[in-house]
Design a protein around this ligand. Structure first.
Ligand code: NAD
Length: 435
């Protein structure tokens, strides 16, 4: 199949590369000239395990190309995917200007039948608006269909999620469009769920809100564990072993961040409000999430007493491991709060430093080149993102380098007893501190 993907970011680029890898011919379009130039030169503008290899393989095989021209993408493809941003507005509702702009741009170059597939995360009923917009801006009577195909990939394992999805949701009101979409996904051999467009759009917000709710649920329990002397890890194991519940997304920590969960929860609240059926439960999910980082910072302050001029090492800046994405990262918020209180912060992240610099984040913090460099002479170490690299570090060295052996583990990555044996005072989340 000939496919165009409009928007070549985390979702668009990975989707395009994986579609090409199963044999489709793909043009990735982006209006960021620098990004397209770098992709044309073989430089991948984001870090995602395995992505570089898939992109290079398919560019060499002439199955994957990059352009800034929407006309070229639409002109040469049967199916056009939209994967542009849907950021939040100050009131939490979704800013749909990127989607509307792409709809107009497609309409202006539409000459024959195309399936327009929305892969961006959008409020229910957006498909109708996209179709209305294309109809209004198309020159002459051109046939087209709009389909919803929400994306469920996780950054950090996006390539493998794309190649082996749990399910593929296709919301379509047209049999013609549906049969073309099925051809796109046939090679993936994964379950395809066909719904109407509104249901497909709703599935995405409902799924992300549920995952955020699960995280906030265990985080609320972590506060109860701290107050009662229980251990949240044991509690999570105990409830997660129940197949009806499952252990995933029951890891207590600093709360969820990133480019999706915070905005999608806020969006779902706004959508339900607009529909006149307020989803109050999700406001509590947000409150617990904010409370989690506030409680953690309070723990740091209660222990260190005064933060001004304290040398604090922070490990991890990305919103989760195995990505370079620092958008809405809780770790970045944590660093900002420590700096605000006058702490001297030296941070290290295995992949995130470039994006931190690009977005001008953590201004005032020193970015170290290694985890060990970050802890040099530190009075405390804060683990903010659970990269595997931190688990295999030689803590005897860490202990030697630190001024004071104090660890705040914001992701419960380390074993408290091991840390105690190594001579550290350890504070985790929802579990007893050791000294
Ligand atoms: P992103 O910011 O990484 O990428 C979006 C790309 O679209 C950018 O490269 C931007 O330059 C480009 N763009 C914007 N307007 C354009 C236009 N008019 N023409 C061509 N290109 C244009 O965003 P993302 O993380 O890939 O997210 C895209 C959508 O997918 C969002 O709705 C998001 O909620 C959803 N989503 C994201 C993830 C994720 O993990 N990142 C997962 C599932 C769904």
């Amino acid at each position: 199949m000939d496919i165009a993907i409009i928007g070549s970011g985390y979702v668009g680029l990975v989707t395009g590369a994986c579609f090409a890898d199963v044999g489709h011919s793909v043009i990735c379009v982006d209006n960021d000239q620098r990004k397209v130039k770098s992709l044309q030169n073989g430089i991948i503008p984001l870090y995602e395990p395995g992505l570089e290899e898939v992109v290079h393989r398919n560019v060499s095989a002439n199955r994957l190309r990059f352009t800034t021209s929407t006309a070229e993408g639409v002109g040469q493809s049967q199916i056009v995917f939209i994967a542009v941003p849907t950021p939040p507005q100050p009131d939490g509702s979704v800013d749909l200007t990127y989607i509307e702009k792409v709809a107009r741009e497609i309409a202006e170059v539409l000459k024959e039948y195309r399936v327009i597939v929305d892969k961006s995360t959008v409020p229910v009923k957006t498909g109708e608006k996209v179709a209305d917009t294309i109809r209004r801006y198309t020159k002459g009577a051109v046939e087209f269909d709009v389909v919803s195909n929400p994306e469920f990939l996780r950054e950090g394992c996006a390539v493998s999620d794309l190649m082996n999805p749990d399910r593929i949701v296709i919301g379509s009101n047209s049999d013609r469009a549906l049969s073309l979409l099925k051809k796109v996904y046939e090679p993936f051999m994964s379950p395809i769920m066909v719904t109407d467009i509104n249901s497909a759009e709703l599935i995405k917000h409902a799924a992300n809100s549920f995952l955020a709710l699960k995280i906030s649920y265990i985080n609320a329990i972590s506060a109860i564990c701290e107050a009662s002397g229980a251990d949240v890890e044991r509690v999570a194991d105990g409830i997660g072993a129940d197949k009806r519940i499952g252990r995933s997304f029951l890891n207590a920590g600093l709360g969820y961040g990133g480019s999706c969960f915070p905005k999608d929860v806020a969006a779902f609240i706004a959508i339900s409000d607009q529909l006149g059926v307020p989803f109050a439960l999700l406001k509590e999910v947000q409150r617990i999430n904010q409370n989690q980082i506030d409680r953690f910072i309070k723990k740091i302050k209660d222990t260190l007493w005064v933060l001004k001029d304290k040398r604090i090492a922070v490990w991890g800046l990305t919103f989760k491991p195995d990505t370079d994405d620092v958008r809405n990262s809780v770790a970045i918020e944590l660093v900002a709060q420590l700096l605000k209180d006058g702490a001297i912060v030296k941070a290290y992240d295995p992949k995130g430093a470039e994006k931190v610099a690009e977005f001008g984040l953590c201004k005032g913090a020193v970015l170290a080149k290694s985890a060990l460099e970050a802890v040099e002479n530190a009075e405390a170490l804060v683990l903010a993102t659970e990269w595997n690299e931190f688990q295999s570090i030689d803590f005897v060295q860490v202990r030697k380098k630190m001024h004071t052996p104090l660890i705040f583990d914001g992701r419960n990555l380390f074993d408290p007893e091991t840390m105690k044996e190594l001579g550290f005072i350890y504070h985790g989340i929802g579990r007893a501190s050791t000294r």
